[in-house]
Design a protein around this ligand. Structure first.
Ligand SMILES: [Cu+2]
Length: 188
């Protein structure tokens, strides 16, 4: 249920379009232009097309992902373009970790948000204060990511109808820099 509301938030203008448009390979090539800008402008308008929230009843594949302090298992992912994949993510570390599917530029922007969450006490090293997220008008229920406390597990279902250059990563402050990221290789 969180996935539905999250789809609208994350996919922005693409949500309505994506819902009825499985496998339609229309390449928004020009949108990838903002890749590599790093910490420059990160307006949602220039967000590249990274796929959309998948329909759990149309799964092609399930992939188990383990999160540790501070790395992922597996270290890289290879996914067939267009497939809908369920990631079953388990946090076996002692810290809060995130599994997030996005471009490097999007991860960079999200790291700033996560830093703000930590500074405002919404996010602790090993605790997520869901109640405080509401107070600060902050949410972390984007369809392309999940944030988990130690011992928790959850799912992300994502349809890779995109040819964007994607990474999976944890954007908890310091974790990306310490290597908690991996490439998502999309193949035909
Ligand atoms: Cu992490």
């Amino acid at each position: 249920m969180a996935l539905l509301s999250a789809a609208a938030l994350t996919a922005g203008g693409h949500a309505a379009l994506a819902a009825g448009d499985h496998g339609g390979g229309h390449g928004h090539g020009e949108k990838q232009a903002d890749r590599g800008h790093g910490t420059g402008e990160h307006g949602h308008a220039s967000r590249p097309d990274i796929g959309h929230a998948g329909d759990p009843s149309e799964l092609d594949r399930t992939v188990d992902v383990i999160m540790l302090d501070n790395r992922f298992e597996p270290e890289k992912l290879s996914i067939q373009e267009g497939q809908t994949v369920r990631f079953v993510v388990t946090n076996k570390g002692n810290l809060v970790h995130e599994f997030n599917i996005a471009t490097a530029a999007m991860h960079s922007a999200h790291q700033e948000e996560m830093m703000e969450m930590m500074q405002k006490g919404v996010l602790g090293a090993d605790t997520i204060h869901h109640d405080r997220m509401g107070e600060h008008g902050m949410r972390h229920d984007h369809a392309n990511s999940i944030l988990l406390e130690p011992g928790e597990s959850g799912e992300v279902v994502w349809t890779f109808d995109t040819d964007a250059e994607l990474e999976f990563a944890c954007n908890v402050p310091g974790h990306y820099e310490s290597g908690m990221k991996g490439p998502i290789r999309l193949h035909q």
